[in-house]
Design a protein around this ligand. Structure first.
Ligand code: ADP
Ligand code: ADP
Ligand code: MG
Length: 453
């Protein structure tokens, strides 16, 4: 087993990894930017090293400095968390070359799955259903026009390097194509340094259903069920739950089998997520694979009792998984709300919910600063219950207990989401926010009235 792991991340996920390592008796090295000097993961790690200023390019994305620190601090592995360098094949490769274990899949797997179009091709060849779309990249607007005609409107222009909902544009008719094509390219070029785009059929108001995968280095692959992440705003997830209320046993088994097939096809090892969209008629299509731990991994942990970070570390150390598909079992229901800060500032008062079935993953503490330089997510409220209804009621009371003062958050909105009839029915799709945010904003302003829906 590893002796010392460098954590190449910040915030709640860095803290999650520190906690896991402490339980496993593994030392940690927290690398941090000057903005995070007084952050919780830095305080709780065994060792800490400042690697640069706030700017992510000069700190959390600075591969050379991070690798140099890992060597100097004699770390045998690096955990990249999510975001930052977690899906950077070059970085994973550089770790491999330095003899430091990258806790994740092999660099060449990240390379092929990180590029959406390459991944689609590989999946298509392996028999995994993918969304109909263009085969190569779109070299010109003319080509985009031809492909869109062939596939049929509506279509979605997607950046092959995309992530975090960026570099994506819906096109409902030909007149909109030109603008969508160029704005998607420009956005992708700015965000990922790669403006290559392709076309996919736009599945109208699909459900976002993803499967958690674990694969060891001995050929064992299991899936740990699904997460329904259809409550999204601008293609970014706000609330995730498992099990999904729209899957039956048969569909779950079929989708799970395709997720395992996807992982096997690309030679996957470690934890990963296979994302699908599911249409009204229960047809499902692969959209992408995230070759890393996911923000919403705790709901799967609560449902299955498996510690995914621990499994990641064990697998990276070459251990054989004890888990088999038959041993994976699901108990009850689990749900997560992402709490985002609407503006930076100092947390002047903080109280986290607790009690039965409640877990909070957050790096906040009383008096800490929420920095403007990084992701706005400040806490994840995760709850579990025997039934979906109990879980919803538990989420409500947990959000009622959550008190964050000094910075504005979306807590109240998330609380109101849990009262929406469509959410309660559990059959919502990715258009939920678009359709109902107005109602939710009004509830927030005026309260609910008796004739609401
Ligand atoms: P998840 O699929 O785990 O829900 P998200 O897509 O919300 O993840 O992204 C998780 C985090 O990683 C977010 O902070 C997001 O901004 C960041 N992220 C995702 N993809 C990329 C990418 N390609 N480049 C940079 N950051 C990314
Ligand atoms: P990212 O890397 O940014 O997470 P994804 O390919 O996972 O990009 O897409 C993000 C979200 O966009 C999905 O969760 C889904 O809601 C929507 N989406 C993606 N592809 C399609 C599609 N072909 N049709 C309809 N919606 C889609
Ligand atoms: Mg995605």
């Amino acid at each position: 087993m590893f002796k010392r792991i460098l954590i190449a991340n910040r915030g709640e996920i860095a803290l999650r990894i520190v906690r896991c390592c402490r339980e496993m008796g593994i030392e940690t090295v927290a690398v941090y930017s000057t903005a995070d000097e007084e952050s919780l993961p830095v305080m709780l790690a065994t060792h800490r090293v400042c690697i640069g200023p706030e700017k992510v390019k000069e700190s959390y994305l600075n591969q050379e400095v991070i690798l140099e620190t890992a060597r100097k601090m004699e770390c045998d592995a690096i955990h990249p968390g999510y975001g930052f360098l977690s899906e950077n094949a070059g970085f994973a490769g550089a770790c491999e070359e330095s003899g430091i274990t990258f806790i994740g899949p092999a660099a060449k797997v990240i390379q092929s799955m990180g590029d959406k179009q390459t991944a689609r091709t590989l999946m298509r060849k392996s028999g995994v259903p993918v969304v109909p779309g263009s085969v190569g990249m779109l070299g010109s607007l003319e080509e985009a026009r031809k492909e869109a005609e062939k596939i049929g409107y509506p279509v979605l222009i997607k950046a092959t390097a995309g992530g975090g909902g960026k570099g994506m544009r819906k096109v409902f008719k030909e007149e909109e194509l030109e603008k969508a094509f160029f704005t998607a390219k420009t956005e992708a070029e700015a965000a990922f340094g790669n403006g290559e785009v392709y076309l996919e059929k736009l599945i109208v108001n699909p459900h976002h259903i993803e499967f958690q995968i674990l694969a060891d280095q001995h050929g064992n692959i299991v899936h740990l069920g699904e997460r329904d992440c259809s409550i999204q705003r601008n293609n970014q997830k706000l609330l995730e739950e498992t099990p999904s209320w729209i899957l039956d046993e048969d569909l779950r088994n079929r989708m799970g089998a395709e997720a395992v097939r996807a992982a096997r096809a690309c030679g996957y090892t470690n934890a990963g997520t296979v994302e699908f969209v599911l249409d009204d008629e229960k047809n499902f299509y692969f959209i992408e694979m995230n070759t890393r731990i996911q923000v919403e991994h705790p709901v799967t942990e609560l449902l299955t009792g498996v510690d995914l970070i621990k499994e990641q570390i064990r697998i990276a150390a070459g251990r054989k998984m004890e888990l088999t598909q038959e041993k994976v079992s699901f108990k009850g229901h689990a749900m997560e709300c992402r709490i985002n800060a609407m503006s930076p500032g100092k947390v002047s008062f903080l109280h986290f919910p607790a009690g039965p079935g409640v877990r909070v993953d957050s790096h906040l503490y009383n008096g800490c600063e929420v920095s403007p330089h990084y992701d706005s997510m400040v806490a994840k409220i995760i709850v579990t219950g025997k039934t979906r209804l109990e879980t919803i009621r538990r989420m409500r009371r947990a959000l009622e207990e959550l008190m964050i003062e000094g910075v504005e958050t979306n807590t109240e909105f998330m609380h109101l989401v849990t009262f929406h009839p469509e959410f309660i029915r559990g059959k919502y799709d990715t258009s939920f926010w678009e359709k109902h945010s107005e109602t939710i904003f009004r509830w927030n302003e005026e309260g609910m009235t008796s004739d609401d829906e």
